[in-house]
Design a protein around this ligand. Structure first.
Ligand code: ATP
Length: 140
């Protein structure tokens, strides 16, 4: 059984019910082991996305992700990391609408920044992000 960190981003929070329904609609077989409603501080956002700190879009990304509440999710199940990434679709929602029209980013996102949801890109990243966002839990 694998764990991943998922996050519904501020732009998709107004459609939260529909986004969460994708877990069953896409038959992902992932269980919500924990969830938390958060308003990320700038410091938390910089920490979460620290791998992108040298990228030109970093400041804008931090502003976007702190612009409203987010839902942080601990998802578990076989191949959780890959299954959730697959359900999300490509980073850019505009690309997702042509290449993966049933994906979460196609349905609920806007563009390459405002893209509805996040998913860890590896097991190591999942553990890092889960321990950051659910510090009271031992995710190992
Ligand atoms: P995530 O990590 O959120 O699941 P990802 O792994 O598909 O997304 P990354 O390349 O890790 O994409 O980028 C992290 C986030 O930064 C993206 O989800 C998006 O919100 C934003 N982003 C990525 N590329 C760009 C870009 N070129 N311009 C603006 N924002 C971007």
């Amino acid at each position: 059984r694998q764990s991943t960190f998922a996050m519904i981003k501020p732009d998709a929070m107004s459609q939260l019910g529909s986004v969460l329904s994708e877990l069953t609609e896409q038959r992902l077989k992932l269980r919500i082991a924990g969830l938390r409603l958060l308003q990320l501080t700038t410091a938390q956002a910089r920490h979460l996305y620290n791998e992108h700190q040298e990228r030109p879009f970093f400041k804008s990304l931090v502003a976007y992700i702190t612009s409203g509440p987010v839902l942080a999710l601990h998802l578990t199940g076989p191949g959780a990391v890959g299954r959730w990434r697959e359900a999300l679709g490509p980073t850019d929602s505009a690309v997702a609408r042509t290449s993966a029209p049933n994906s979460i980013r196609a349905k609920f996102g806007t563009d390459k920044q405002i893209n509805a949801a996040h998913g860890s890109d590896s097991v190591a990243a999942a553990h890092r992000e889960l321990s950051l966002m659910f510090p009271e839990w031992d995710v190992s």
